[in-house]
Ligand binder design. Sequence first.
Ligand SMILES: CC(C)(COP(=O)(O)OP(=O)(O)OC[C@H]1O[C@@H](n2cnc3c(N)ncnc32)[C@H](O)[C@@H]1OP(=O)(O)O)[C@@H](O)C(=O)NCCC(=O)NCCS
Length: 179
Amino acid sequence: MENRTAIRQCDTRDAADFEAIWEIINDAAQAYKGVIPADRWHEPYMTKEKLEHEINDDVVFWGYEEEGTLTGVMGIQHVQDVTLIRHAYVRTGRQHCGIGGQLLIALKAQTTRPTLVGTWKAAVWAIRFYEKHGFRLVSPAQKDRLLTTYWSIPGRQVETSVVLADQTWFDAKGSGDSA
Ligand SMILES: CC(C)(COP(=O)(O)OP(=O)(O)OC[C@H]1O[C@@H](n2cnc3c(N)ncnc32)[C@H](O)[C@@H]1OP(=O)(O)O)[C@@H](O)C(=O)NCCC(=O)NCCS
């Protein structure tokens, strides 16, 4: 049988899509358990209230659908002069099949702005994933500045996170910005 796949925008007003996004995030986030600092881990990793908050904050979710079922999600958020890639998650049983890569390529194609992504310092697999797609780690000082400028996260999360930027961001930054 033909394998039908699609990348589509999620309809977060639709209860089924909302539930699927929430499930995928909390399933895939199991990868963080025992890896990220213990004081940052909680279950569910993302509450429904937090997901609603992110949607109300203009994070637009796109999904990878296989045979009518969402198997991966990734959010895109335009903040001030940059684009952020937010909440990239692929169902545990479907990771390493190229789904995250295809979603990232699809989201990157939607913006010409400098693009940033934040993740846990300890999530080395995620850092490698973004590096494979042309993102590079910014310096610790730049990371602190970017996380406080473009994200709304607690100080402890700033400490334990990294930021990667695409070439457009490094080009726009100019040689004068050494922060
Ligand atoms: C990080 C994440 C979103 C990446 O999505 P993914 O679908 O697993 O990513 P891809 O399959 O495109 O690429 C991941 C790896 O699989 C490899 N891969 C891609 N297609 C493949 C295929 N057909 N067969 C085997 N391996 C493949 C890639 O080369 C890459 O290798 P790497 O582990 O050496 O980097 C996903 O693994 C995930 O949800 N992880 C847990 C949560 C997380 O860390 N999220 C990041 C939040 S910022």
